[in-house]
Design a protein around this ligand. Structure first.
Ligand code: MRU
Length: 363
């Protein structure tokens, strides 16, 4: 990804593996700030407060959190405590627990003195895998767009931010869009603003603009209307957890878009690297994160004096409820775009077999 024409990833270790640098996503699009994370506690906080966010990215961030913990104390108790703190930071995206468990498995088998160096290598490996997987998702998704494209502008609707800011690089839902744009296809993106935290308006619109992809921000309620008007050719979203049966847990409001897409015969795809698939969980067992009501009661933006400010939009005295994710049933999902191709939700078991046969090869 390029920001003002300079190549970036969303997370990277310092040259001598003493800290981790992240792009602070709570200040975008108004301020670009790189934060230096120097401790496990800081990384847990960065994930909890969504300075880093997006399922694949919080997986990589948690892996680096384990590395920071091993730098502080490489003992067994520290290992277990770090894992528990990181997993508790955000419950819904399975990538986080997946990455932490993978780190724990590798590190537990090593004598403590070898854990620090190994943890940094393993975290870098997880980050690298994410990049490769998302790049491959872009190639498979590009083929879908090519197949459906009739030469006129192809309109994709997306929800939340599942672009490179939500991953280490490339993005999931936006990866096919970048690939299509780079291949010279005329694509335009309808960007759901995505209340309450406005990841669409603040992050997706910003990164699409950085890449030069034509886009328009719409209110969360506009998508159904645009579909009825024939102005949406495809919906592509990311996911925080997908069940083996193809149910897609993603940012709150995704389900309503899938219902509208179904009613209007618009194909609805989820773009998902395989670590986002939870082969064990059932749809009704997914732990849906409930975030603080202030995210609903207030809104953050740039004031006229150019400072970032949070203002209240609801009268004092009214409470709010803030479930952060919902689950779209598999019957509303046309396909799951993965690093190994596009699968019907009911055929995800084929992906499971492919993954079993190729352990250690991410794509
Ligand atoms: O709460 P967030 O901003 O972390 O939620 C992000 C999403 O819901 C994304 O759509 C999802 O993580 C897919 S990321 C490629």
């Amino acid at each position: 990804m390029y920001i003002d024409n300079k190549h970036y990833r969303t997370i990277w270790p310092s040259p001598r593996c003493q800290s981790v640098e992240i792009i602070n996503q709570t200040l975008l699009p108004f301020k670009f700030e790189v934060l230096q994370i120097t401790s496990l506690t800081m990384m847990v906080e960065a994930i909890r407060t969504m300075q880093v966010r997006g399922a694949p990215l919080i997986g990589a961030a948690a892996a680096y959190g384990m590395a920071l913990a091993m730098r502080e104390d490489d003992g067994d108790a520290s290992l277990q405590s770090a894992a528990a703190q990181l997993i508790a930071a955000r419950p819904t995206a399975v990538n986080l627990a997946w990455a932490v468990n993978r780190m724990v498995e590798t590190l537990t088998a090593l004598e403590p003195a070898k854990r620090n160096i190994n943890a940094w290598q393993q975290a870098a490996h997880i980050a690298e895998e994410d990049v490769k997987q998302n790049q491959a998702i872009g190639e498979h998704g590009l083929q879908l767009i090519k197949d459906a494209h009739d030469g006129s502008t192809f309109n994709v609707l997306t929800h939340c931010n599942a672009g490179w800011l939500a991953t280490v690089d490339y993005g999931t839902a936006l990866s096919p869009i970048y690939a299509a744009h780079d291949a010279g296809l005329a694509v335009h993106v309808w960007v759901d603003e995505t209340r309450p935290r406005n990841q669409g308006a603040s992050l997706t619109a910003w990164e699409l603009a950085q890449h030069g992809v034509p886009h328009t921000v719409i209110t969360d309620n506009a998508g159904g209307h645009l579909m009825q008007q024939g102005q949406v050719d495809m919906v592509i979203v990311g996911a925080d957890r997908v069940t083996a049966g193809g149910d897609v847990c993603n940012k709150i409001g995704t389900y309503l878009k899938a219902l509208a897409a179904h009613d209007n015969h618009v194909p609805f795809y989820a773009a998902v690297p395989s670590p986002t698939i939870d082969w064990q969980v059932k749809a009704n067992e997914i732990d849906i994160e409930n975030r603080h009501e202030d995210e609903v009661l207030t809104i953050t933006g740039l004031a006229q004096d150019q400072t970032i400010q949070q203002v209240r939009v609801v009268a004092e005295g009214s409470p709010a409820l803030n479930p952060a994710f919902d689950v779209t049933p598999a019957r509303l999902v046309t396909g799951i775009i993965t690093e190994r191709g596009v699968f019907k939700p009911s055929n995800l078991y084929q992906l499971a077999s492919q993954l079993e046969e190729s352990v250690g090869n991410p794509v």
